[in-house]
Design a protein around this ligand. Structure first.
Ligand code: SF4
Length: 224
């Protein structure tokens, strides 16, 4: 079903691309953005990234040698500054230890091993690790984040968990670019159409096989 969802969402949002959706190309900025966006919006994370850039701190050597107290005021717009500053420092130190983004991208390290390394860094959970793997190291993986879980729940009527949803998506799409685009499409869909409150089911390309649509379209028709 995820292959079909991918095709339909591509038709519904033909303008969505991985790079356009991110809005930034620099791999290290994406990595730090993946930490900053935890528990906040991309708008807030993006403001913090802009501040880091303005302060000349948006490169691994700069972040790794900082102390949290100097990073905290720079990233305050993203919230949870203490925790995020510490995570950014640990992540940057790990990246330098590995020889940097290019070195990891060209290495033969298995994706799962890389994932475990990221998960062993305090402050990096599954969603952040999978985002970094997919969009920084261009590995074939995807996040089973809240948008994916909400879509799954509405389509099937069943609750979904991060791991099984991620595995189901990866069983049907296999390349980093397809998985990366699927995630971008799911997030776009979750913001534009399958919104948390009042989803726009009547304009959704997935409505014919969506359990939740039966309820919402009837509500739209009959005001029930
Ligand atoms: S039909 Fe409605 S609930 Fe189902 S996926 Fe589309 S927007 Fe979401």
């Amino acid at each position: 079903v995820w292959r079909m969802i991918y095709e339909r969402l591509r038709e519904q949002y033909p303008a969505v691309t991985i790079d356009g959706w991110w809005g930034i190309a620099d791999p290290f900025a994406r990595m730090i953005g993946s930490v900053l966006v935890q528990n906040t919006t991309w708008t807030n994370a993006s403001k913090a990234l802009t501040s880091l850039l303005r302060e000349g701190m948006l490169f691994p050597e700069a972040v790794a040698r900082e102390i949290p107290a100097r990073l905290i005021p720079v990233i305050h717009s993203a919230g949870f500054q203490q925790r995020k500053a510490e995570t950014m420092i640990r992540l940057s130190a790990w990246l330098l230890d590995q020889g940097g983004v290019d070195s990891i991208c060209s290495s033969e390290i298995q994706t799962e091993e890389l994932r475990q390394q990221l998960l062993s860094i305090k402050g990096i959970g599954e969603e952040t690790a999978d985002t970094i793997l997919a969009y920084v190291f261009l590995r074939p993986t995807i996040s089973g984040d809240a948008y994916a879980r909400r879509m799954h729940e509405r389509l099937t009527g069943e609750q979904g968990r991060y791991g099984p949803i991620r595995s189901a998506m990866m069983a049907q799409l296999h390349t980093w670019d397809e998985l990366g685009l699927l995630h971008a499409l799911i997030v776009e869909h979750g913001k534009e159409t399958c919104r948390k409150q009042k989803p726009h089911c009547s304009t959704c390309s997935l409505q014919t096989f969506c359990q939740h649509a039966k309820v919402t379209i009837n509500q739209e028709k009959y005001g029930a």
